[in-house]
Design a protein around this ligand. Structure first.
Ligand SMILES: Cc1cc2nc3c(=O)[nH]c(=O)nc-3n(C[C@H](O)[C@H](O)[C@H](O)COP(=O)(O)OP(=O)(O)OC[C@H]3O[C@@H](n4cnc5c(N)ncnc54)[C@H](O)[C@@H]3O)c2cc1C
Length: 411
């Protein structure tokens, strides 16, 4: 690297879904973009079940064809199982307009495809470059970068987008961290050779199973197109700590207690690393500030239950790209009204449903036989990621979930 400080219009920290989509959208508007990514792709990442709403952003970013050309598992809905109960939501039968199908993706390949597409479009992307400091200099942002070979350099940008996920670079450097109001939970997960031979098992849907005795414990099974699947369990930290053994043994113990899930996975081969992640829900005091904005998990992360993470990350990328373009074009955007508030519309919807899942209001709705077709379509829409469509009464006023849960409980 030369001693002269390089200049970019925008530096994006992190090349996950939020970083790839935001950099592509801003590059399309003619801005000079640098993405700095700490790791080398392909790399493992969790968050494999997409929602149809994502497809809109992949289309906007010119990445959809590349994703469709790969062999990812088709996805058209979400299935829920609890004891003998089984219900599913077909995303094609939903209230909001837009895509009704999407994919279940191995994130190592998916994130690499998105990052490659951004590079092909002209985005400059450096792997193995980690952002370690961020200062305000002459009305711009100056970032200190460390490469994985130990070199250090600085780079200057008119604007910085933090898409560093759980790296949470700017929240840490600028003191923006805030505890989530959601209860801390823990997750254990892995990839398996699923060997599922149940004739009724639907590979086109994520399967969410509720633990027969502990309603706060649930499992995901996300099948891929190659006979493998992502399997994970979420449980209160305290409950997990009471289960003996390694993470693999803990996962297998819980799966053996999972009723139908144990049956579906009877022939599964556990052949990959088992990972654990705890207390992942996080928040920030603000989503934007002087020449910076926080995207995706670098802002707020709720919970994995509705697979909303990548959708929220891409929505934040799209909203922020519009506001940054406006700012770089000489107009001052109203970041509160044009970024923070609209992003929070969907986050608020998902949050009400997350809370409703764990206090059982939403579980009661899911498993109720009394839902009308129109209510089912509204719920399907939210589960498909259309949590920003305020025409949907459950988006306009997410608290309506409580009334619906009461009606469903009085079945
Ligand atoms: C248990 C669990 C299950 C989940 N399941 C789902 C699911 O099924 N569907 C779904 O949509 N979401 C799911 N999520 C959420 C999903 O993982 C995230 O919301 C999503 O990956 C966020 O995307 P992002 O672009 O914000 O960040 P990421 O995808 O995390 O990308 C951030 C990137 O920033 C890089 N980075 C970090 N620090 C630095 C630094 N200092 N300098 C440069 N680069 C840096 C990282 O290396 C990384 O590549 C799940 C989350 C958890 C915890």
């Amino acid at each position: 690297m030369s001693d002269q400080i390089e200049q970019f219009d925008v530096v994006v920290i992190g090349a996950g879904p939020a970083g790839a989509v935001s950099s592509s959208l801003l590059n399309k508007k003619g801005h000079r973009i640098l993405v700095l990514e700490k790791q080398h792709f392909p790399r493992f990442s969790i968050g494999e079940s997409l929602l149809p709403q994502c497809m809109t952003y992949l289309e906007q970013a010119g990445m959809l064809e590349a994703v469709q050309a790969s062999t990812f598992q088709h996805k058209n809905g979400a299935a829920f199982s609890r004891g003998e109960e089984y219900e599913y939501f077909d995303f094609r039968e939903k209230f909001s307009a837009g895509w009704g199908t999407t994919f279940q993706v191995q994130r190592d390949s998916f994130d690499k495809i998105l990052a490659d597409e951004a590079q092909k479009q002209g985005v400059v992307l450096r792997y193995g470059h980690s952002v370690i400091a961020c200062d305000s200099v002459n009305g711009e942002r100056q970032l200190s970068v460390q490469t994985d070979t130990g070199e250090r350099y600085q780079v200057q940008a008119k604007f910085v987008l933090d898409a560093s996920g759980f790296g949470r670079v700017l929240p840490k450097l600028l003191n923006l961290e805030q505890a989530s109001s959601l209860t801390p939970r823990q997750s254990i997960f892995t990839h398996i050779q699923d060997n599922i031979d149940e004739p009724d098992y639907d590979r086109n849907k994520i399967l969410i199973t509720v633990h027969p005795q502990h309603h706060e414990v649930w499992y995901w099974l996300i099948p891929f197109s190659n006979g493998r699947a992502s399997l994970g369990v979420v449980a209160p930290t305290e409950l997990l700590s009471k289960i003996q053994g390694s993470p693999l043994e803990q996962l297998q113990t819980l799966v053996s207690q999972g009723g139908k899930l144990a049956h579906i996975l009877a022939k599964a081969k556990y052949d990959s690393q088992v990972r654990a992640l705890g207390s992942y829900s996080c928040d920030v005091t603000r989503l934007y500030g002087e020449n910076y904005a926080l995207l995706g998990n670098a802002g707020e992360f709720l919970d994995p239950i509705f697979s909303s993470g990548v959708t929220i990350a891409m929505t934040s990328a799209s909203l922020a790209a519009k506001a940054v373009h406006k700012q770089l074009s000489g107009e001052q955007p109203d970041w509160e009204r044009e970024y923070s508030e609209p992003l929070k519309t969907g986050v608020k919807t998902f949050k009400e449903f997350v809370e409703g899942w764990y206090d059982q209001r939403f579980q009661n709705v899911v498993f109720s036989k009394k839902k009308s077709a129109s209510i089912t379509r509204m719920i399907s829409s939210i589960l498909a990621g259309y949590a920003w469509d305020i025409e949907n009464p459950y988006v306009k006023n997410p608290a309506r979930l409580s009334t619906l849960a009461e009606l469903c409980q009085n079945d």
